[in-house]
Ligand binder design. Structure first.
Ligand code: ZN
Length: 247
């Protein structure tokens, strides 16, 4: 079974559609690690697509803020404005969908899914020290997380924790990670709709654990088209600009 791992789509329909076109026929079941909305200009369109696409989706902090489960008090001003704008746009059934998204971690077919850290859905996992709880605590050898918008992750075997900074180089669509038995993995597919690891291309992953491979994907999309819709919607300028840089 090949799992398409989507995360942090952030209401960017153009990036999602390009990613799905690039990966067509190469996956069997899709899952989402949260932050379907927030920041981007297409919340209803993206929720509609995700609802049809995935077998499982957990909630992210922007999903909670955009559907009123969270006040967004701890968001920066631009992120808060985008969350409030999203709330105004949501059709009633999509608001209900976000409100009912389950909290991670969740296990699907031997893979653990979480939005942030293993112990706290809102906590960021950037460093090896922050990754340790998830690597040791998850019931599965392979786990996926999102929230940081950084593609890559961590491995742990024989008391050694390593950072995995495997990403497709410019001009390449994918980089494959060999999964070793007895090694534990905490992997981030990267963000579809707002990458922050310095590469503006849409990021996602495909996990085929029967064959011991996780593919990290990167695909270019029409960033300017998304930026135009964001500007027309009156979304904050810094959010528009950062898509160009992938920061
Ligand atoms: Zn996010």
């Amino acid at each position: 079974m090949r799992y398409l791992i989507l995360s942090d789509i952030h209401a960017n329909l153009t990036a999602l559609e390009v990613a799905l076109a690039a990966i067509e026929g190469r996956w069997d079941r899709a899952v989402c690690l949260g932050d379907i909305v927030g920041y981007g200009p297409d919340p209803n369109e993206v929720i509609d697509k995700v609802r049809k696409l995935v077998v499982a989706c957990i909630r992210g902090n922007h999903d909670k803020a955009s559907c009123g489960l969270d006040s967004a008090e701890d968001f920066n001003p631009a992120a808060k404005r985008a969350a409030l704008w999203t709330r105004e746009q949501l059709r009633p059934e999509n608001l209900t969908y976000l409100q009912n998204l389950p909290q991670g971690p969740m296990e699907v077919d031997g893979i653990s899914l979480m939005h942030g850290a293993w112990q706290d859905e809102d906590e960021y996992v950037f460093s090896p020290a922050q990754a340790l709880d998830g690597l040791l605590g998850a019931p599965t050898a392979v786990s996926f997380f999102g929230h940081t918008h950084f593609q890559g992750g961590f491995s742990f075997v024989d008391n050694t924790l390593e950072v995995i900074s495997l990403r497709p180089a410019a001009g390449n669509s994918l980089a494959a990670l060999q999964i070793h038995p007895k090694t534990r993995y905490l992997l981030n597919p990267g963000s579809i709709g707002q990458p922050r690891d310095g590469d503006p291309r849409a990021a996602f992953a495909v996990a085929d654990l029967e064959h011991g491979v996780v593919e990290f994907w990167r695909v270019p999309y029409d960033i300017e088209a998304v930026q135009l819709r964001m500007t027309e919607a009156g979304l904050p300028e810094p959010l528009v600009m950062r898509l160009s840089y992938g920061r």
